[in-house]
Design a protein around this ligand. Structure first.
Ligand code: C2E
Ligand code: CA
Ligand code: CA
Length: 658
């Protein structure tokens, strides 16, 4: 993005530079033309006009001098003629000669042909005058100079000279005028070119500026979008939603209007993701967003908070019924089948809603209340919408209280493991002690897993419980004189928790309990989401010597899938099969098959819930490797363990003595 901005900036700079150079060149060029051409021509023409005027004046002066001198010469004697020729005639000749240079060839020729005859006549008359003067006949000489003939010729010459000079004056004047016009046109053109150039320059400049501004704005928009939007669905993200909601809340307070916050959660979205893959999961999320937008009005705001959690802020015009209807519409829209890549899924949504100002006074409180309503909706079943109510709050407060209570009880050691031995038939030895959780409740006495495990899992405290039991178990079993293993129960979904694995290993180190004396029992009650990851984790445990057992085998839907996908060391046949081993041939066959299958895979078998000697014998007959059950021992507290171990049948007792 930054690269494209800098590219466009460089482009703009290049364009600007080029335009500046062209503009400057044009300007200099125009100046040179103007200097070299127009200005000098103009000056020359002006000079010419001045010169022509001067010549006209000189000719006039010379003419007056000539005529006056002639008359004076005729009146006073011959010496005047010399003066007249030396001063006036050269002046006249020079002026005419210079004038001829200024005039066009045609005019010069015209003038000469007219002037020559008159001039010749005048010279002839004057020659006669000179002769008369020489003879002393001054009166005749004067009258000859005043004669009609002399005056006519004088007039002809004068008129020709006047015309000649007049035309030269006119020509130089016209020349100057036209040059002046051309200069004006030139300047005009220059101004027009300059104006058009400037305009174009301005346009290009503003256009490139606009372009670069536009690309900066586009980049800014993209950045803003990234900061404000959820990239998968295009809905607002948490940050933006909170920002917009805060403004909406302020406006609602000012207008004394109502807002509703809807919190939406997809039901069983995780299995869709796990079964059909993440692409399908993404398609579902995008479709849900699209449908959500279709139901909402333009001034409502929707957002995805990550995962399958959506929120909506609504402006409520009338009463709560409105919101219920919108929530129902959203649920029924979301429920419509979604197809991608030939696969079709159907998904339900649960919605919890809370109102401002009725239920909450600010954003965080509104969120909390809507969340409580959502929790209640989820508990009520799939595809439900619930509005927040005060009782829900009490319920949540209660739950919170219970959760804290359990957490503290785990910390303070109220939860301890009971130990139940698992006996190895072939070696006659205690194979391991299974740690079974018990809660020594200060008020209610000893509680079994069925009384608390559900809540512990629901409150997400199962890891804390597991670790606390393991630590206790490792410390106590390490104190025993026997080198017996420990079997630890973990729920399948805990396997993918890398943090838990690290904590388990840390406890082994801390209590100095060898890893090869730990067996981890995995119940298949919860679905393993990623078999590849689970397999890697199990393998890494096995590398350290930890063994892995599949628990309650035969009760889950996917027992065989588990067996084929994960590397188990042991298999625990569920008590339900053992119960009927002697009364149901079918069950016996199933057990036999499980044992054969396990043997072929190199997996050891453990029979759970062995209560009778008959069951024990049948299992031995079928080739089961190990047994566990009330027949040998109930789960007991650590204090009773030594006694229990002592009570174990003779052959078991022998084996434990080693
Ligand atoms: P499980 O892992 O199958 O444990 C065996 C259960 O069968 C124990 O019940 C045990 O007391 C009971 N049992 C053992 N022998 C016999 C017998 O001969 N007859 C009968 N009727 N029952 C027998 P418990 O202790 O109530 O535990 C129930 C379940 O709770 C366990 O089943 C296990 O799935 C779960 N659990 C217990 N502790 C933990 C724990 O720390 N973590 C996890 N994730 N689950 C635990
Ligand atoms: Ca178990
Ligand atoms: Ca079991």
């Amino acid at each position: 993005m930054l690269e494209s901005i800098s590219k466009s900036t460089t482009k703009t700079a290049k364009k600007l530079l080029l335009l500046t150079i062209i503009g400057a060149n044009l300007f200099i060029f125009a100046l040179i033309i103007e200097r070299l051409n127009f200005h000098s021509l103009f000056e020359d023409a002006a000079d010419m006009e001045v010169q022509a005027q001067k010549l006209a004046d000189s000719i006039q002066l010379a003419d007056v001098m000539l005529t006056t001198s002639a008359r004076l010469a005729a009146a006073t004697g011959d010496t005047r003629w010399i003066e007249r020729y030396t001063s006036a005639i050269p002046l006249m000749d020079e002026a005419l000669e210079n004038a001829a240079v200024l005039a066009s060839v045609k005019e010069s020729r015209n003038f000469q042909s007219v002037a020559k005859l008159a001039n010749d006549n005048l010279v002839t008359i004057e020659t006669r005058v000179i002769e008369l003067v020489k003879k002393g006949n001054l009166i005749d000489a004067s009258s000859l100079l005043n004669s009609e003939e002399y005056n006519r010729d004088k007039q002809v010459l004068g008129k020709a000279t006047d015309n000649f000079i007049g035309s030269i004056l006119q020509a130089t004047h016209d020349n100057l005028d036209s040059l002046r016009n051309w200069t004006m046109i030139g300047y005009g053109l220059l101004i027009i070119v300059g104006a058009v150039g400037s305009y174009l320059l301005w346009k290009v400049l503003t256009f490139t500026l606009y372009k670069s501004e536009q690309s900066i704005e586009e980049s800014e928009n993209k950045i803003r979008d990234l900061a404000m939007k959820d990239s998968l669905t295009g809905l607002s993200n948490r940050y933006h939603f909170e920002e917009v909601s805060t403004t909406m809340i302020k406006n609602a307070e000012r207008d004394e209007s109502k807002l509703a916050l809807l919190m939406l959660d997809l039901d069983r979205f995780k299995p869709v993701n796990d079964t059909y893959g993440h692409e399908m999961g993404d398609t579902v999320l995008r479709q849900v967003s699209k449908r959500l937008k279709q139901v909402l009005r333009t001034n409502d705001v929707s957002a995805r908070f990550g995962g399958d959690e959506f929120v909506v802020m609504l402006n409520v015009d009338s009463d709560k019924c409105d919101v219920v209807e919108i929530a129902q519409r959203i649920i029924s829209e979301v429920r419509k089948p979604i197809t991608s890549d030939g696969k079709t899924v159907q998904i339900d949504a649960s919605i919890g809603a809370a109102f401002l100002p009725d239920d909450a006074a600010n954003f965080s409180e509104l969120m909390r209340k809507a969340d409580i309503a959502l929790y209640s909706a989820k508990n009520a079943g799939r595809g439900m919408a619930k509005l927040f109510s005060g009782e829900m709050d009490d319920e949540v407060a209660h739950q919170q209280f219970v959760k804290e209570n359990i957490r503290n009880s785990i910390k303070s050691g109220e939860f301890i493991p009971y130990f139940q031995p698992i006996f190895d038939i072939a070696s006659n030895k205690i194979h391991s002690l299974e740690l079974l959780a018990r809660w020594q409740h200060p008020k209610h006495g000893l509680l079994t897993p069925d009384q608390f495990l559900g809540q512990v899992i629901e409150f997400d405290l199962i890891n804390e419980l597991t670790l606390s039991l393991l630590k206790y178990g490792c410390q106590r079993v390490a104190e025993l004189p026997l080198s017996i293993s420990i079997s630890l129960n973990i729920a399948a979904r805990q396997i993918n928790d890398v943090w838990l694995v690290e904590r388990i290993l840390a406890i082994l180190r801390e209590t100095n309990f060898p890893a090869d004396r730990l067996i981890i029992e995995i119940t298949e009650s919860a679905l393993i989401t990623d078999f590849d990851v689970a397999r890697k984790i199990l393998k890494s445990w096995q590398k350290r010597g930890i063994r892995v057992a599949i628990d309650d085998f035969g009760t889950g839907y996917s027992s065989l899938t588990y067996l084929s996908k994960l590397p188990f060391d042991e298999l625990k046949i569920d008590r339900s099969f053992i119960e009927d081993i002697n009364s149901s041939e079918d069950n016996k066959k199933i057990i036999s098959t499980i044992i054969t299958l396990s043997n072929s895979l190199g997996i050891k078998t453990v029979a759970e819930g062995v209560e009778t000697i008959q069951q024990y014998e049948s299992l031995t007959e079928l080739g089961c490797d190990m047994v566990q059950g009330y027949l040998l021992s109930r789960p007991v507290a650590y204090d009773g363990l030594a006694k229990t171990l002592g009570k174990i049948p003779a052959e078991v007792g022998q084996s434990t003595g080693t």
